[in-house]
Design a protein around this ligand. Structure first.
Ligand code: DC
Length: 218
């Protein structure tokens, strides 16, 4: 596995994707947002109108092509980067990503994508399952109120109005589902470094991780 493998895990709204994307840009590395891959599966399942509760419904993955390229995600060469952020996808992605078959298919893709070059990959199980031998593992956290505020800002940017109390509830529900599921729950790898981002700016977190990466590289 040539190249540096940086694994970044954490709960919804901890800043993983934004931070990973910035690190990748500054270092000239490839960024793989694995949450986006589970969202793409969810979008496709919704579009195909399959029974989301039945694991066998997801066999369509055998003939579908999901790939990630320069911060854009594609299903069968269609750019779905925007569509995967819809409310319908967000509300169903925890269910879809709980099926062992779906996870097996995605983990295979993720491991292949990480095979060559310098990679920063973010998700829930990167340090524990996808890249257990990563060169550096980071676990990002932030308190739920701060994470909800960040989500709210994202919603506002898109012109969507939401109630903070509702966003807090939604995040708590997703945290609960993601960390209690049987298959690869959200869990910190024993050798992961925890960074609490509640009182840090995005730039401070990015710099901190780059410093840690430099130390590992030298
Ligand atoms: O990071 P995100 O909110 O876009 O992730 C969407 C969902 O995908 C999240 O609720 C849990 C799931 N997920 C996962 O199970 N494993 C990963 N490696 C990444 C995301």
């Amino acid at each position: 596995m040539p190249g540096f493998k940086l694994a970044i895990d954490g709960p919804a709204g901890s800043g993983k994707s934004t931070i990973s994307s910035l690190i990748a840009k500054r270092m000239g590395w490839t960024h793989i947002d694995t949450g986006a891959m589970y969202r793409a599966v969810t979008l496709l399942a919704l579009e195909l109108k399959v029974n989301l509760n039945d694991e066998a419904s997801y066999r369509f993955l055998e003939t579908s092509n999901i790939h990630y390229d320069y911060d854009k995600i594609f299903i069968n060469n269609r750019d779905v980067t925007e569509d995967i952020r819809s409310e319908a996808v967000t509300n169903n992605v925890s269910l879809v990503s709980s099926f062992p078959y779906v996870r097996k298919m995605m983990v295979e893709l993720q491991q292949k994508a990480a095979d060559y070059g310098n990679i920063v990959m973010d998700g829930r199980d990167i340090g524990t399952v996808v890249l257990p031998h990563a060169d550096l593992k980071i676990f990002l956290t932030a308190n739920v109120e701060e994470r909800a505020k960040r989500r709210l800002k994202e919603h506002q940017k898109k012109g969507k109005s939401s109630e903070i109390t509702q966003v807090i509830e939604d995040i708590k529900t997703r945290d609960q589902k993601d960390s209690t599921r049987k298959e690869s729950p959200l869990r910190r790898a024993e050798d992961a470094i925890i960074i609490d981002t509640t009182h840090l700016t995005i730039d401070e977190v990015v710099m901190k991780i780059i410093e840690l990466t430099d130390k590992k590289e030298n």
